[in-house]
Design a binder for this molecule. Structure first.
Ligand SMILES: [Fe+2]
Ligand SMILES: [Fe+2]
Ligand SMILES: [Fe+2]
Ligand SMILES: [Fe+2]
Length: 412
């Protein structure tokens, strides 16, 4: 299938025929190490996308009194729940959340970097670049934790497609809420790709936030629990940031349409790239389901708001979201923007200097130490250095400079 794919002109599996048995939904998981690391990344993205669709549908149902709309939402939602189970159950189990966490942060790095590279709007792109350096740092912190608690190298999970080294140091990511809100796009003028990009990041960051909220207390080691607690709070900031980019004046019916379209775009993208045939078959099946879910949303939009989905959606699917290495892009953003900070709605080159509000916030939360720093210090104490995976040479930010500014992440 080429880029001239218009889902409104395709036919798939009717929504009323989308239920599946427990044994079909309880899929064989992929391995957590080896294989194609981007297969695991695609699984994590689609799980987050389905979770967002489900929670959106629940919220819509709580805000409408129309029995027909509530029935249509409940029907599609049951199918979305089954899709979410099949997607998420593709990940294997483990004795704790840390291996899955490495995949989540690899997703955050290579998803955010790709979206930033492709983003047509400069303000949105700046916002993604800003978030990118923070999740890049999370990958580094958790990789050091994985080595400490399990003696396992993160690269067994991530492969060598993503580098692992300090980003914007986590202790400096804590911001006052005023510094996490951004300006929203305008629904009448926004490029359809930009809307898809923002919605993808909202869903991915929200899933990461939810995962750490719930899984962060599973470890028994106090340092591990502390690291999850801190990074969970950054993911709250990331959700606050990315959701503030959405135009709040999009109606419930429009949002329903866009949610289904987002699922179509991503399943279509991933089906084309998937290297694991078993997983590819699931992407293809789910794409065929989303096509009909999209048509239901389009039908409801026409009947209740008199709007034509054809006029709200692009004539063909935008270019596929692609998981691929973004190493040179990440290095470039790191070299140029590690000192950028937020001041209210804007992100600026402030040479590492936080706003007044954020200074006050950091004085409280970092007031008696910081687990993100501890994990690097303990690793350095035990093994003589921090864990990194630098496939493309030295860290792009001068070490002495970072150490002088207290931004070295603990590495010497
Ligand atoms: Fe779905
Ligand atoms: Fe993160
Ligand atoms: Fe994040
Ligand atoms: Fe859907």
């Amino acid at each position: 299938m080429s880029s001239s794919f218009n889902p409104l002109e395709q036919s798939g599996v009717p929504v009323a025929e989308q239920f599946r048995s427990w044994r079909e939904l309880n899929v064989d998981p992929v391995d957590i190490v080896g294989g194609d690391p981007y297969t695991r990344c695609r699984i994590v993205v689609m799980n987050g996308i389905e979770v967002e669709s489900i929670m959106f549908s629940h919220q819509f149902a709580r805000h409408t009194d129309n029995p027909e709309v509530r029935r249509a939402l409940a029907l599609s939602r049951r199918a979305e729940q089954m899709q979410q189970k099949a997607d998420n159950w593709l990940l294997p189990g483990s004795d704790g959340p840390i291996e899955t966490t490495i995949v989540y942060e690899q997703v955050a790095v290579d998803l955010t970097a790709w979206l930033a590279r492709m983003e047509p709007d400069p303000y949105l792109k700046q916002t993604y670049d800003f978030g990118l350096l923070e999740d890049f740092d999370h990958l580094y912190r958790y990789a050091n934790l994985l080595d400490l608690v399990k003696g396992q190298k993160a690269e067994a999970i991530t492969g060598t497609v993503t580098e692992i080294m300090p980003g914007r140091p986590n202790p400096e990511e804590f911001r006052h809420p005023d510094d996490d809100l951004r300006r929203h796009y305008d629904k009448h003028t926004v490029d359809p790709r930009s809307r898809l990009h923002v919605m993808t990041l909202v869903a991915a960051e929200q899933q990461t936030m939810n995962y750490y909220m719930n899984a962060g207390n599973i470890p028994t080691d106090p340092m591990a629990r502390g690291l999850y607690l801190e990074i969970a709070m950054i993911e709250e900031q990331h959700v606050t940031q990315y959701e503030s980019l959405l135009d709040p004046l999009e109606t419930w019916f429009e949002q329903w349409l866009y949610h289904e379209y987002l699922e179509v775009w991503l399943y279509h993208s991933f089906m084309e790239q998937e290297t694991d045939p078993k997983v590819k078959a699931i992407w293809e099946l789910h794409l065929n389901m989303e096509i009909e879910q999209l048509k239901v949303a389009a039908d409801m939009l026409r009947r209740y708001e008199g709007k034509d989905a054809e006029l709200l959606l692009p004539a063909s699917l935008p270019p596929a979201m692609t998981f691929e290495p973004n190493k040179s892009y990440v290095r470039q953003v790191l070299a140029e923007q590690v000192g950028y900070r937020a001041d209210g709605l804007d992100i600026e080159d402030r040479d590492g200097k936080p706003s007044k509000a954020t200074r006050g916030y950091q004085a409280i939360v970092n007031g008696d130490g910081n687990y993100s720093q501890d994990v690097i210090d303990v690793h350095t104490e035990r093994f003589g250095r921090d864990y990194r995976l630098q496939t493309d040479g030295e860290h792009p930010v001068d070490h002495r400079e970072m150490a002088a500014a207290g931004r070295d992440g603990g590495a010497r």
